[in-house]
Design a protein around this ligand. Structure first.
Ligand code: PLP
Length: 363
């Protein structure tokens, strides 16, 4: 299962292993990013990315990691004040980014391990103080998956508000329904659910998001939505992009369509169920039930398992898992099951962790 030139299978929630044919696609020689061949590549990618995000909105490609798009939302969308729904490290980071961009921003903080609540969102929006809502779909630090169907139902009652959604660890792994949910700015970097090397991001913009950007001064340049649109209409990116990523994405989106997006979601759901069941039997799941991500399982380390020692045990077997994130490092560890990871690989990993703990097979 492991590619010959991969040292490790990464049971971490990104970056993840990149399939060998994708790496080969990325090794093709560069092309002129202002030439016809490039525009053809861009035009091939556009509908595939729209299908991936379940949207007819415009889609764009950013040679940056996803955090760049958090900054883009602050700079392009926030005129009055942004409301951040936070529930872990990445959503909290986004709130801080909006503030350091010089914008006004409040947060409704869910306790780490719990999901954001639609009724709290409704109450906050009813004050009329906000023009933008920012939230994370799958909070990778806590392994919470937020209830987007219910959140989207609230957002529909506030049609003037621009809705920005981070889908970094859900796109390609869980249903991300941009049009159905009315998401105005949806973004993800590619090193998690899309299983490409890091350093690149995709995003979609609604008409409302572009209209908003037109009314906001000092958007900067690199992440200015209107600059992306100006070049996008020419099937180009504003600056010289990571062309290898565009090649890789084009090939990987074909692979994802060959697997079937729904099948891919089901595979992730299955891996998550296996991990959650195992975690509940051996330890405890950190995320509240009914709100658990299909991409990653944060495990409360009730046995005080020595995680670095476990990774030393796993290393000769070419496996690695993730420690807890940020303030959760001393109390949790995380099993990533995202990208190209298969059910049998998760089963093997969990068996191996059992062996390390001293739990006999079949128990
Ligand atoms: C990994 C992650 C990020 C950061 O993505 P980068 O590509 O490193 O910028 C942001 N949000 C979530 C939910 C993540 O999992």
């Amino acid at each position: 299962m492991i590619d010959s030139d991969h040292d490790m299978w990464m049971f971490i929630p990104g970056p993840v292993n990149v399939e060998s044919s994708v790496r080969q696609a990325m090794a093709r020689p560069p092309i002129n990013h202002r030439g016809k061949e490039f525009s053809q590549l861009f035009e091939a990618l556009r509908p595939k990315t729209q299908r991936l995000m379940r949207t007819s909105n415009r889609v764009y490609f950013s040679t940056s990691s996803a955090i760049g798009l958090m900054e883009a939302c602050a700079r392009n969308c926030v005129g009055k004040k942004s409301l951040h729904l936070t529930c872990g490290a990445f959503s909290e980071q986004w709130h801080k980014i909006t503030l350091v961009c010089g914008k006004e921003a409040d947060a409704i903080a869910a306790e780490w391990g719990r999901a954001n609540r639609p009724e709290e969102l409704r109450k906050a929006l009813a004050t009329g103080k906000y023009d933008t809502v920012c939230m994370v779909h799958s909070e990778t630090s806590t392994s919470v998956l937020n209830p987007l169907t219910e959140i989207a139902a609230v957002m529909r009652d506030f049609p003037d508000i621009v809705f920005c959604l981070d889908t970094v660890s859900s796109l390609g792994a869980a249903p991300v329904l941009v049009d159905e949910w009315g998401v105005d700015v949806c973004f993800a970097s590619v090193q998690k659910g899309l299983a490409l090397p890091p350093g690149f991001a995709v995003f979609s913009l609604s008409d409302k998001a572009l209209e908003r950007a037109r009314a906001i001064p000092n958007r900067g340049y690199y992440f200015d939505f209107l600059v992306f649109e100006e070049y996008g209409v020419k099937s180009q990116t504003p600056t010289t992009p990571s062309i290898p990523h565009l090649y890789g994405l084009n090939h990987q989106l074909d692979r994802i369509e060959a697997e079937g997006l729904e099948n891919r979601w089901a595979r992730h759901r299955r891996m998550a169920e296996i991990s959650q069941t195992w975690a509940t039997e051996r330890f405890a799941c950190f995320a509240e039930a009914a709100y658990r991500s299909p991409s990653v399982t944060a495990v409360t380390n009730t046995r005080k398992l020595d995680v670095p020692a476990l990774n030393k045990h796993l290393a000769p077997l070419n496996m690695v898992i993730a420690s807890g994130y940020g303030k959760l490092k001393p109390t949790t560890f995380r099993i990533g099951h995202v990208g190209e990871t298969q059910v049998t690989q998760i089963e093997n990993l969990l068996r191996e962790i059992d062996r390390f703990i001293g739990i006999p097979a079949g128990v």
